[in-house]
Design a protein around this ligand. Structure first.
Ligand code: PLP
Length: 372
């Protein structure tokens, strides 16, 4: 049998990501591929760096998109900053904090866990207690926006605490970038990674990262080589670095970078603060609507993410059947629960260009119809 071209169905993506992609972004993807050392491409790379500095609110020169998904941004941070024997305080309040622990251990570090409750923010008092008990810790790592639970942690307070104890910070902002207040320089974040497929509404597969001067100093003064050749920032800096004559490191995902450039241009046109406010506004409407049809939210109001909403599955409802029917009848994707929350919750995303009044009303109407 001859295999035919693949034409995916048109869905509305209101799960935990990927989110719907801006049509302008998919159009940018289709532009002609040029060489990744072409002067025009290099000019565009400089613009991507400036746009990412804008999105992260940072002046860090080492700000770039890693050519791989969010997990590779995570690995870039840990592989470059953790040396064998280093103690790293890892806050776990969901699936992605667990992956941070795994990263520390694979780098030969010792993970000291601050175990938090699923569906709650990381508790700064518990982190401080752990910092006091481990004065030789070098890094504090936490997830700003836990996609598995819908909880937002206080990144500003956690970074201030880490600084007080002379620790660097590694922050997961995969789901927060572009959707929630995030200030890399003002909050003193040392290493941060994100993804393109959530609130940037770009295609999946790239991971914006940024490193402070203190983080760069640590990377440049390591006693041991970074174990991963591909993710070693000392080498990547030769391609993305400041004021360097760009040299071949790996073949950049040329068209995906056009897409990222376009999504960041759109974010700049809207304004960062306006994008954060839009996510909050539609979150408020979604929560009001869900509560009006008798559903309840899992995360306490002050710790909720606007862009990822955890809703309890009502008693006696087959959650997988509801999701399957939403997909079949409405082409609407919402997410299932992960880990401790599997089978108990739905995760409704309002990310990037999916955070609209139309989507909120569509989702509420579809959910109510399917459940009755
Ligand atoms: N961290 C968080 C908080 C995430 O939500 C995700 C993906 O959903 C990741 C890390 C991993 O990103 P990716 O799936 O792009 O590798």
């Amino acid at each position: 049998m001859t295999i035919q071209s693949f034409h995916p169905p048109r869905r509305t993506l209101m799960g935990p990501g990927p989110s719907d992609v801006y049509p302008r972004v998919t159009e940018a993807l289709a532009r002609p591929t040029i060489g990744h050392l072409d002067p025009e491409f290099v000019r565009m790379m400089d613009e991507i760096k400036q746009l990412l500095q804008f999105a992260f609110k940072t002046e860090n020169p080492l700000t770039l998109p890693v050519s791989a998904p969010g997990s590779a941004g995570m690995e870039t941070c840990f592989a470059n900053l953790v040396e064998p024997g280093d103690k790293v305080i890892v806050c776990i309040n969901g699936v992605f904090g667990g992956r941070m622990k795994e990263n520390v251990e694979r780098c030969g570090g010792e993970a000291i866990i601050v175990q938090g409750e699923w569906g709650r923010a990381v508790d700064p008092a518990a982190v401080e207690e752990t910092l006091n008990a481990h004065s030789d810790a070098k890094i504090v790592a936490f997830v700003h926006a836990e996609t598995s639970t819908g909880a937002r942690s206080d990144a500003k307070a956690l970074c201030a605490l880490a600084r007080q104890y002379n620790c660097l910070t590694i922050v997961d902002a995969v789901t927060s970038l572009g959707g929630s207040e995030l200030e890399v320089d003002a909050w003193g974040i040392d290493a941060i990674y994100s993804g393109t497929q959530k609130c940037l509404s770009c295609v999946p597969g790239l991971s914006p990262v940024s490193f402070s001067a203190k983080a760069v100093e640590k990377i440049q003064n390591r006693q041991t080589k970074v174990q991963s050749w591909f993710l070693d920032l000392n080498l990547v800096m030769g391609y993305w670095g400041q004021g360097v004559k760009r040299a071949y490191h790996h073949t950049a995902p040329v068209n995906a970078l056009y897409a990222l450039h376009e999504s960041l241009v759109i974010l700049q046109e809207e304004g960062l603060e306006n994008a954060w406010a839009r996510h909050q506004q539609h979150h408020n409407a979604l929560v009001a609507g869900l509560e009006a049809i008798g559903m309840s939210m899992v995360v306490p109001a002050s710790e909720r993410l606007a862009q990822l909403n955890l809703v309890s599955v009502p008693e006696g409802v087959d959650e997988a059947a509801v999701r399957a029917q939403l997909l079949a009848d409405y082409n609407l994707e919402i997410g299932a629960g992960l880990g401790d929350f599997a089978g108990k919750v739905w995760r409704i995303g309002l990310m990037g260009c999916a955070a609209t009044k139309t989507n909120v009303l569509f989702c509420l109407g579809a959910l109510e119809t399917v459940m009755n």
